[in-house]
Write a protein that binds this ligand. Sequence first.
Ligand code: MOS
Length: 743
Amino acid sequence: MVEVHRLRHGSNAGQPITRRDGLLKVTGMARYAADNHPPGMLHAVIAAARIARGRVAALDVAAARAHPGVVQVMTPGNRPALALHPDDKSVPFSFRMDLLQDDRVRYAGQPIAVVIAETLEAATEGAALLAPRYEAEAVEVTLDAPGAFVPEAVGVGAPPEEHHGDMAAGLAAATRRIEATYETPMQFHNAMEPHGVVAAWDGDALSLDMPTQGFALTQMRLAAMFGIPAEGIHIRSPFLGGGFGSKLLTGPQVLGILAARLVGQPVKLVLTRAQMYGPVTHRAPTRQTLRLGAAADGALTALHHHVRTATSRFDDFIEPAAGASHTLYAAPAIATSYEALRLDTGTPGFMRAPGEASGSLALEVAMDEMAQACGMDPLDFRLRNYAEVEPISGKPFSSKALRDCYAEGAARFGWAGRPLAPRSMRDAEGRLVGWGIGTATFPAMMFQAEARAEIRRDGTGLVETGAHDMGQGAWTAFAQIAAESLGLDIGQVEFRSGRSDLPSAGIAGGSAHTATAGSAIQAAGEQAIARLAELALADPRSPLFGADNIGVVARGGRLVRWDDESRRDSFADILDRAGLESVEGRGNASADAEAASRYAMHSHGAVFAEVTVDPDLGQLRVTRLVGAFAAGRIINPRLVKSQYYGGMIWGVSFALHERAALDHRSGRVMNADLGEYHVPVNADIPSIEAILVEEEDPHVNALGVKGVGEIGITGTAGAVANAIWHATGVRVRRFPVAIEALM
Ligand code: MOS
């Protein structure tokens, strides 16, 4: 076996190169799912329920069908049969779906019919003509509803209660105790690209243009639902206009596939913006109670994090909001617990930083309240309670440069000299100024991925894996990893992806796509290089002949002898002499169970926020944000900073803007549009800085990469909330912060 040395910090990975697909995006040439128009394609439009509970008593199908251009109306009466009931969860990682299985309505916005027409306009008008008559029942849509229960599991299977140490003793030992309850709202997915599909059947083969965060997952579920072979389902998803967890699971797009089946023609179905507030999952509301005890020196003695949240009446997803309390702060006693309600809403699900986004907000504000109670600087208080090992498990961290995050972020922000007391700072216009800090954390996960690499006779490389670019720049980061592993310049590497007929890259979720698919790409590239090295070292005509015990390294399209730069052989020459068109390598990656059993793996960060508040009007602005994050090896600093900016902006949104307002009687979302469901606009976002803190992680995976996609939200919302307190002396515990709370 030839030893092939790994060359890190080559010319590719680690470089801040711009997106390879940037030009396509900015010129409108990138083809998103809904940009496809196969010949004979019809348009489908969903009619959605206007009640949240009850049944559809009547639909005027005749009126819709009579409308010019309308081809068919799909209702529970004529919807093609499915091999698997939409409520069947036997396929792993399934959610219950509403696919016109009956006349029941389980939440407002649930699909109740689909109108298929020659034009989008005709289908839209046809859907309006259905004029449904309902038998409505009373609904419960708030966390005040009775009937809370302890869920069987939270998130994807975590236990609903976890303990470490003696809570009663911890609280008894405290000289200061706080107990406070924090409320976070229901939030809905508003990716730029709404969910959609262009579906075409050919017998039992199915061709889909559909944004997805997971090809294999989608194929598996659709195969079971339609009773067809997974290999016959071809999905193209070259670009996604955002996913954030909502495109992991195929929901209402299945109606488009059913519609195509019904009419025997290709069908396009795209959700309207308003329809995004129904069947595509949402972030669950929470009411979180934190009980903290601390000794006179500021050391935590107890930390109890209780979460009250909601799921739907018909499914079981429970937002795992207490996770951050397992890992962030050392305390001799830690307990987390959950209770949930069944509400007449759609089922909640994954939304960027699921769990930690809501949970770390509550935890970070509670930590700030305790720092205040202890008369300590909030950063000093966090350092006083720094977890050297993961508190709940006792495991060491695979890496944790959080101290550096605190130090580098604080220095950049100018935290030193922050007055302890609130209402101590003003700007030149007399506005109150406040500074707050929040700690960021998100688990570093690994799923499963495969990749294939090829070195071709012309010396170029090819790497393939069915990965997903939601806009985060995956095509670029993966090509960089591919180029590094092949010892080629990125311009010499063709990267094929975004299709289901390539080796499975698993899912783009849990901030684990680069780590997982990237590790598979690296392994595939290294195997191709190892094959090439075997050819060269066994070939007496090669300058590398006989270098077996010394080893080689791939660089600049050549194999180079490890101990002697002058002895080298180009990929093209090696293949040429061997008479081969190419060599191939295959690689895969998955979680290392052994490493995971020994180490706690998380990304970390520290976010510092400045706000100003007009003391007369309550007008609130975030004026500065500095986030310092450590997430292992950074493949592309430019793209990673973008991820952090996006996360931090969502953190501001979480603290100040986003909230779905539900009508308590009808159960409908009253602000189901981007006019009234507020997200930050450019003017809401101040100067943002993201600092990439160096961190090496030898355990997390072969690449040393942790996740960067979700962590930015987690520190930011708390930092903003804490800055508001520092500016005003008002401790807001209900989010988003309303102006009247500051008056
Ligand atoms: Mo993420 S919420 O796992 O896409």
